[in-house]
Design a protein around this ligand. Structure first.
Ligand SMILES: [Zn+2]
Length: 85
């Protein structure tokens, strides 16, 4: 074990999580595909709250989140915006 190896480990432990954190923060701010949505999403069409535990009805919803309103059938992304079909 030499100094370079320790530096690489230090880099992995310190730099990678902070870069990942910055990436997720930026995704949330710009509402990107890999960001996190709010915990409670309300249908933009009929205002009914969407269940927190959701059953994805498409591959896209499974990968990136999103809802289909049970009341009016509107496709909603994880940020609560109506999606064009
Ligand atoms: Zn609705």
């Amino acid at each position: 074990m030499n100094g370079t190896f320790l530096l690489i480990i230090l880099f992995l432990v310190v730099a990678v999580p902070s870069v990942a954190g910055l990436f997720v923060r930026r995704q949330i701010r710009t509402k990107g595909k890999f960001g996190l949505g709010p915990l409670r999403v309300v249908c933009p069409n009929c205002r009914s709250p969407q269940p927190f535990i959701r059953e994805p009805n498409s591959f896209k919803q499974m990968m990136f989140g999103g809802y289909t309103c049970e009341t009016c059938g509107t496709e909603i992304d994880k940020y609560g915006r109506a999606q064009e079909a």
